[in-house]
Write a protein that binds this ligand. Structure first.
Ligand code: ADP
Ligand code: MG
Length: 343
């Protein structure tokens, strides 16, 4: 299939249909308006009707022109949307909706994941949204996506989160250089969870981390051994390199006795998302993505620090200083294009 320049991500759903996400342009205003009305009409109404029902073609065009619209399609059929617009120096999400017949398939999660990565890759540092107080399930859903209550506005809670540090890595050497630089901010006790498809570059990045820590190599894919310990050559921490691809659960991960080395080593778990989080109270999540064009070897690396041990600023400084690695220009604090960009 062909991909246009506005297409951001594609995935196969369990039933074989294709989920795609792309940026909206002005020609999509009608589709976006229909999605808003259909998605929001289906919501439980408490108090006033949802504001999205008050949108018309002109207001949707203005939203697209002054912000960023993201549309999800299933086999080409419009299925969901998110609008983002700058407000008070940070991006605010609004109009997040999926059509009722496409719900319960993880489409909203996928869409929001793509939106957060796109905003991070565009140089945004923070994102927030308004969630109505009366819907605790919706607040919990956003919490699952890394948002936390930050403030209140009328009958809404302001849910906010930092965006991952994003860098563009053109080739394998730059990926190793990135790992080497990241090693400079790592210390004993750190847990890193690396995600990304097969061949994304998780092991290549780990090789750089190993080199930067000065551990005994070589760092290779641990696929057949589950876990390999690379002792330090100097006084630094060891590197414990784990492949959780075949592990189905935290219990199985516990069987390989990582706890023992956790405090004295840097522990990096490939394929650890959803399995290894319980190992430590905080972690650095590293997600590596290829673009939608299979010919393009560029990777996007997203660094998400979780817990008080990490400083987003220190990570950004380290990652963005690597030769060959491109960082998006920071947009934080830029003044809004218009005073009325509120979704
Ligand atoms: P994973 O551990 O995620 O399965 P690997 O690191 O083992 O992936 O493999 C990545 C492969 O892609 C290597 O052969 C590497 O040389 C190649 N490659 C090409 N471009 C890049 C890039 N920009 N970043 C990382 N690896 C790249
Ligand atoms: Mg690997």
């Amino acid at each position: 299939m062909s991909h246009d320049a506005h297409e951001l991500a594609a995935a196969l759903l369990p039933d074989g249909s294709e989920l795609t996400v792309r940026l909206a342009d002005l020609a999509d205003a009608e589709v976006a308006l229909e999605l808003m009305h259909a998605a929001f009409r289906a919501r439980p109404v408490v108090g006033e009707a949802p504001e999205a029902l008050g949108d018309d073609l002109a207001s949707v065009r203005a939203r697209i022109a002054h912000g960023t619209g993201y549309l999800a399609f299933i086999d080409g059929v419009p299925a969901g949307l998110v609008m983002a617009a700058r407000q008070l120096g940070a991006m605010r999400l609004g109009r997040v909706g999926v059509l009722p017949r496409f719900r319960e398939q993880g489409i909203a999660s996928f869409l929001v994941g793509v939106v957060l990565e796109h905003l991070a890759a565009s140089g945004e540092e923070h994102v927030h949204l308004l969630a109505r107080k009366e819907f605790p399930q919706i607040l919990a859903w956003w919490a699952k996506h890394g948002f936390a209550p930050d403030d209140e506005e009328g009958n809404c809670i302001v849910m906010a989160r930092s965006l991952p540090v994003a860098v563009e890595v053109p080739d394998a050497d730059a990926m190793r250089a990135l790992g080497e630089r990241l090693a400079g901010v790592l210390r004993a006790g750190d847990l890193i969870i690396a995600s990304g498809d097969l061949g994304a570059g998780k092991t290549t990045l780990t090789q750089g981390i190993g080199a930067g820590l000065g551990v005994v190599g070589p760092v290779i894919s641990p696929t057949f051994v589950l876990s390999r310990v690379h002792p330090a050559q100097g006084d630094g921490p060891a590197l414990v390199h784990v492949d959780a691809y075949r592990l189905g659960s935290f219990a199985e991960l516990e069987d390989i006795d990582l706890e023992e080395s956790l405090d004295t080593a840097v522990t990096l778990v490939e394929w650890g998302a959803g399995v290894a989080e319980g190992l430590a109270p905080g972690r650095l999540e590293i997600d590596i993505r290829r673009g939608i064009d299979p010919e393009d070897e560029t990777r996007w690396v997203f660094l998400t620090p979780i817990g008080p041990r990490w400083s987003r600023t220190a990570l950004a400084e380290a990652a963005q200083a690597v030769p060959g690695v491109r960082a998006p220009a920071s947009r934080a604090g830029r003044t809004p294009k218009t005073p009325e960009e509120t979704p």
